[in-house]
Write a protein that binds this ligand. Structure first.
Ligand code: OAD
Length: 235
């Protein structure tokens, strides 16, 4: 006998690079994605940064410039509409560092940091990032030239995990949009939500490594399937 579905009061939505693909920003693991053009070890690890500061700054400076120009697409806008009009709570958790949720009018929890923010590797101060960072950029707090992008690299712990886990344990519906399910802990969120008894849905261009963990699926481009799904939720 199937369980009766409980009323939807709280929705948690995890977003990934596929959400911003139609805004002109490359994903990571698609055939022409960022990780086909750059080695993760070189540009997305603390060790890579220690080896070649300029290379890493160049990589993130280029991504920061590209993100600043990119417009939110209909999927970002639909999620902003959902966050505003849904009678319950809608928590957006994003792995994206591009700031497009905010440009569309949403508030999101940035578990992998933000290109628009800088972090001092010496004293942990954070501030709005300049468009171009160099190995000489000083920290406004301690003055040390130890500025790095405020993004989470492989081998580092994603941000806000306690609050995200709390939300997953108290949600009624969990959705993952445009994420390949290859990077943990985000790829494990569906299991956390299932344990809490939530319904789960995956929205993606294709099936992913974790598709089988979801109750329901919508396949297609985010700019089409996300607005349709939001319309369904808002009735
Ligand atoms: P990936 O590049 O791994 O996956 C992107 C997903 O989006 C794939 O499953 C695609 O099928 C899907 N996709 C592509 N275009 C789409 C479209 N128009 N509409 C819907 N879906 C589409 O990106 P993420 O899963 O976000 O972390 O990657 C997770 C993390 O790995 C990133 O945050 C980053 C990366 O390494 C760090 O840098 C720490």
């Amino acid at each position: 006998m199937s369980q009766p579905t409980r009323p939807l009061q709280k929705i948690v939505i995890l977003t990934g690079a596929g959400l911003s693909a139609e805004s002109g920003l490359g994903t990571f693991r698609d055939a022409d994605g960022l990780w086909a053009q750059h080695r993760i070890e070189d540009v997305a690890t603390p060790e890579g940064f220690a080896r070649n500061l300029q290379l890493v700054h160049d990589f993130y400076n280029a991504r920061r410039a590209q993100s600043a120009e990119a417009p939110p697409n209909p999927a970002h806008k639909a999620l902003a509409r959902l966050q505003q009009d849904f009678p319950g709570e809608v928590i957006l958790v994003t792995q994206n560092v591009d700031g497009l949720h905010e440009k569309a009018g949403s508030q999101a929890i940035h578990m992998h940091g933000e290109l628009a923010r800088a972090l001092c590797a010496q004293c942990d101060a954070r501030w709005d990032a300049p468009m171009v960072m160099t190995p000489d950029t000083p920290c406004p707090n301690c003055g040390t030239p130890a500025t790095r992008p405020d993004v989470v690299w492989f081998g580092e712990i994603p941000y806000h995990m306690d609050i995200i886990l709390d939300h997953l344990q108290t949600c009624d519906l969990f959705a993952a949009i445009g994420t390949s399910g290859q990077v943990y802990p985000a790829a494990g969120f569906v299991e956390e939500a299932r344990l809490a008894g939530a319904q789960t849905i995956e929205l993606n261009l294709d099936a992913t490594d974790v598709s089988r963990a979801f109750d329901a699926h919508r396949i297609g481009k985010a700019s089409q399937i996300v607005p349709d799904w939001v319309d369904t939720l808002l009735g």
